[in-house]
Design a protein around this ligand. Structure first.
Ligand code: ZN
Length: 127
């Protein structure tokens, strides 16, 4: 069963071919902390954007290696296209992964981002 999600105004709608992760990820970097995002990670081909890419706005900071997308109307952070960094910090230079903002997921089957298990990663000191 595909996961579904949308931004607040509905201009960005998507489905994900995949399951919920065991835990969502909360990153402590300055950008994630200010936005309050809870991430669920997937391979790029697992995301089906149901609305035009032209409706998304993009933000990049520091390394500029990560494209953080957000709705150009309601401002919700939707997903981010990021290098698939390994736990030791290395990257093969080509593999990408998507961080999807799980706060946008439909609250079905008892799922609620605010009460779901969370893993904290130390982005504040990591990048
Ligand atoms: Zn929107």
């Amino acid at each position: 069963m595909a996961l579904k999600g949308s931004c607040h105004c509905g201009k960005t709608k998507f489905e994900i071919d995949g399951e919920l992760p065991a835990a969502l990820t909360r990153c402590t970097c300055s950008f994630c902390a200010k936005r309050g995002v809870l991430w669920a990670y997937y391979k790029p081909n697992q995301l089906r954007l149901l609305t035009p890419e032209s409706d998304r706005a993009e933000y990049r900071w520091r390394t500029k290696n990560v494209a953080h997308y957000f709705c150009d109307t309601c401002g919700c952070g939707t997903y981010s296209d990021t290098p698939d960094l390994q736990p030791d910090g290395t990257w093969d230079g080509k593999t990408r992964r998507l961080g999807i903002n799980a706060r946008l997921f439909e609250e079905v089957n008892g799922f609620e981002a605010a009460t779901y298990p969370v893993t904290v990663i130390d982005g504040k000191n990591g990048w």
